[in-house]
Design a protein around this ligand. Sequence first.
Ligand code: ADP
Length: 658
Amino acid sequence: MQSESAAEQTQPAAARETRGFQAEVRQLLQLMIHSLYSHREIFLRELISNASDACDRVRFAAIADSALLQDDPELGIRIDADPTAGTVTITDNGIGMTREEAVANLGTIARSGTAEAFRALSGDDQKASQLIGQFGVGFYSAFIVADRVEVRSRKAGAPPQAGVHWESGADGEFTVETVLQAARGTSVTLHLKEDAREFADAFRLRGLIRRYSDHIGFPVRMRKEGEASLEYEPVNQAKALWTLPRSEIPAEEYKRFYEYLAHDSTEPLAWSHNKVEGKREYTSLLYLPGRAPFDLWQREAARGLKLYVRRVFIMDDAEQFLPLYLRFIKGVVDSSDLPLNVSREILQQEPEVEAIRNGLTKRALDLIARLAKDEPEKYATFWREFGAVLKEGVAQDPANHPALLPLLRFSSTHLADDTASASLADYVARLQPGQQKIYYVIAESLAAARGSPAIEKLRERGIEVLLLAERVDSWAMGQLTEYEGRQFKDASRGELELGALASAADRQQHDADLKESKGLLKRIKDALGERVTQVSVSERLRESPACLVLGEHDLPEQLRRILVAAGQKAPDSKPLLEVNVSHPLVKYLDGIAAGDQFNELAQLLFEQAGLAEGNPLPNPPDYVQRLNRLLVRLAAGEGAAAPAGDSSTAAPGVGRQA
Ligand code: ADP
């Protein structure tokens, strides 16, 4: 690397200008400066990581244009500290920046909402400092320790007179000017705040480099210790970890590499390091993070693996190597077969990529299965953080159902709390004699699922019901057909299909109820009209007077609401109303003749059944007025049976109309 002092590099100004930071950046800087007091050392990790990216990028660009590297071929990073001046300088001979790039890259944040998301973390120093890199705002972390930052840069391939000098005191503005800069690449000089002078100490810096940057692929050099010599020596190992044999890598190193790779200091739950040889050759190192990233659910969030071809870094976030439902996996894939000039577009069509993707999907699912089997506690963490994402796989990847189904975990009526810890194997082991189906119910919340009228009878019989309440559930469960020969059954739709679980006496009773209530059912249907497809006697209910049931092929209510919320058209599925003929309210209803009061009660019965499912009322004022009329009559001591001005209505229990 070439070396020059700052004074030599900055020539008299060529078009010096002062610009304001984008508002988003200003907010972010304020947050960084005023809310991060602990873990301040992470600035070094972030700046070294940027320098390493810059080296990766120039190496990649040199594949097409080898002249880019010619003048200074050995890529690396250098750290200089000056305790007297209170400065630290991070220099790389990477890709560099033009003046325009410096303005754009160091003055704006590409993704809006970043400062917002970051603000949500302030107050939690540790979390915020861990996440800076994930937000893609690492450069600004310089201002945690510095009150003034200078950047000098020259883009690879540009002439020395096209260098740029950028400087800011984090006061909302920065200046840029065009300068003479002999060396290719970038140097970032931090003028340390009074209380951050410790970071100008060489010993401290060496420790931090080893801690945070041991496994970046380029040497990070510092002046030799204890001498006035100008010689530099490498401080880190600078070996691409995945290229080493597994047996030579202690767990601690794997963890550190993860920290560097994922910008995440939470320990990974597990990892899998493999070399595939033969017809196709590639090495992969996949990690299961210990915690979901803040943008796991953002559609445009970066995801995917770091791609290398024969150890040359090609790109970050290569999303073609894993399916979307495994987007939480972090790692590296290094292929020996792909061309070095591979682009994102080519990746999409390359059959080689498809083959690697299938291989990596299997590896990832194996890794998750191994965690489930060997470390149930860690698996519980995994499921809490990523279970809902993995469920997308059930919907998207039927070919991998045999691997995916055993990984699923559920809340259940057989578990005391709502923790999702029941596997399908657990469920099958608890089947009642004669039980053919795996019952589940989906609601707006787990509490609503647990209390769902649709499962009252099943609960009473001790038949286990899986409880679901995540957005993805309707979609995922709809794709499940069977597990070990047992079909899945949504307990709130269609017939309950008790099969051998219902005794002969049950069936007789049901038939008798149906026959006896025919008139009542017809009157309720007449009162509700088009609001329901049918009114029937329920097999499901125990405590509740009524419940709504959708047909087997109707769009589930939860899914319908998600579609509507997303602005899509969704067919209205009309429910069937099931009534519990043993319930006092239904018995009471049976005792009054068709008429206003009957209608009013029937509507209430219907609307409350919807409410119990968490459905919004189509017309809340209407419902409230209905209920109030009833309450007023109660308060007036008239009894609900005698609506004002309707003396013709029969008293309760009088006459059963057919
Ligand atoms: P990120 O690196 O996640 O994109 P940063 O805030 O750390 O976010 O950096 C913003 C941008 O500035 C980078 O994407 C890169 O284009 C540019 N940059 C930062 N440091 C360097 C460097 N040492 N060499 C070249 N470009 C750099």
